[in-house]
Design a protein around this ligand. Structure first.
Ligand SMILES: [Zn+2]
Length: 135
């Protein structure tokens, strides 16, 4: 399995020399899919599929461990901070099916963290965000 390499310098072009001299095609669809037991040792993996309309018969496939994929996401989060404050995700332990809810977001007036605007309490500091009395 190829090694996942992530560059978070944020300047762009870190891989330019790797691309030099190669034909490049723009992916029209980027598909990510988790695979239960996708690694040889049974750990979950993430499949990355690039579909290219200019070459209809060609798709590019990549796969890495879910652990490494999450580590890359954590590195990006460390650099840029919480980018998706309006996302709440959880998985049903019985089915393994994950549910992701994307809502608007608001900023806690006490701690200034970004949180989903559907929350009545700040999940970071516990501050009450709105009156729970609904009419
Ligand atoms: Zn707060």
């Amino acid at each position: 399995m190829p090694q996942l390499q992530v560059n978070i310098e944020g300047k762009g072009g870190a891989y330019a020399r790797r691309l030099a001299g190669r034909a490049t095609l723009e992916a029209n669809e980027i598909l990510l899919e988790t695979l239960d037991g996708g690694m040889q040792g049974g750990a979950p993996s993430v499949g990355i599929m690039l579909l290219i309309n200019e070459e209809p018969g060609i798709a590019v496939l990549g796969q890495t461990s879910a652990r490494l994929f999450v580590m890359a996401a954590e590195a990006i989060k460390a650099k840029y901070g919480e980018l998706v404050g309006g996302v709440v995700a959880s998985a049903d332990p019985a089915t393994g099916i994950a549910h992701v809810t994307v809502s608007g977001e608001t900023v806690c007036t006490r701690c200034s963290k970004r949180i989903p605007d559907s929350f009545t309490f700040c999940s970071y500091c516990g501050h009450r965000l709105r009156n729970l009395h609904r009419t």
